[in-house]
Design a protein around this ligand. Sequence first.
Ligand code: GTP
Ligand code: MG
Length: 193
Amino acid sequence: MNFQSVEFEAAAGRADQLKKSDLPEIVFSGKSNVGKSSLINKLVNRKALARVSATPGKTATINFFRLPECRFVDLPGYGYAKVSQNEKQRWAKLMQGYFDAERNVALVIQILDMRHEPTADDFDMINFLIERDLPFLVVCTKSDKLNKTQFNTQNAYFEDLFREHEIPFIPYSSQTGFGLETLKQHIEAAVLG
Ligand code: GTP
Ligand code: MG
């Protein structure tokens, strides 16, 4: 699959601005600042296709990126405490609008920080994906920030956590590219079937 030929297509801040769903979609979900945009950039080998920031809450819209065989969908991060109640409501409506639109969701890539246990919001999101029967896997990012011992501990923790539901998970780093090829294979399988 061609990951390099990609262009920004549209941003939606409200559900009625959502692009028509006419291609398989690879959806990137995770809490604010976890590294969704960095992951997209890494997959398409671009430095700044998706906006990356050290400040949480950078991506406030659903951003669509067009590839030849599919679309990448960068969801706004959840769980950022400092946003207003209004903004949280807008976010919830937007997400609901997206997932209720019966889109062609080929795969949701649920991103967690490998250093930490999932938050309550993370578990809500994962349970939502399970309940809706959406195809998804978990990417545990920022693995470069762990030493070997910490890596093994966290790896065992996540393996244990996801065993019951047989959720695939991939340790990953946008910094080093660790796990990138494995992830690409999953995306390819989801898009090309
Ligand atoms: P929002 O759009 O605000 O929800 O954030 P996001 O999930 O898109 O995160 P983003 O890609 O903007 O990354 C947030 C910060 O984490 C940036 O400072 C990135 O450089 C850093 N970061 C992302 N991935 C990694 C990684 O794998 N390793 C390390 N060390 N830093 C990372
Ligand atoms: Mg982002």
